[in-house]
Design a protein around this ligand. Sequence first.
Ligand SMILES: [Zn+2]
Length: 85
Amino acid sequence: MAVVLNKISSPGWTREFPDLPSAVVELRKHVCRGCLSGAPEEGEPPLDRVEDGILVECHDAISLLNTSCGYEFSLEGDHGLWTDD
Ligand SMILES: [Zn+2]
């Protein structure tokens, strides 16, 4: 079973991906720079960080889904992140 990315907020859509990494690449496109930068004043570390002058992109699906942009999305299917009961 593939990984399905749902946009919950209107206008919603559903897209299917062959695996989790490709779904995360799509999800990242919908998370704004502000969310990726975190909220250091609230003790939230940035998702994307710069190490030795190189941008390290966050590809952790759960962290991305937990941003305010990410709340508009859900992942279903065979992503292996958690078990659906
Ligand atoms: Zn955002």
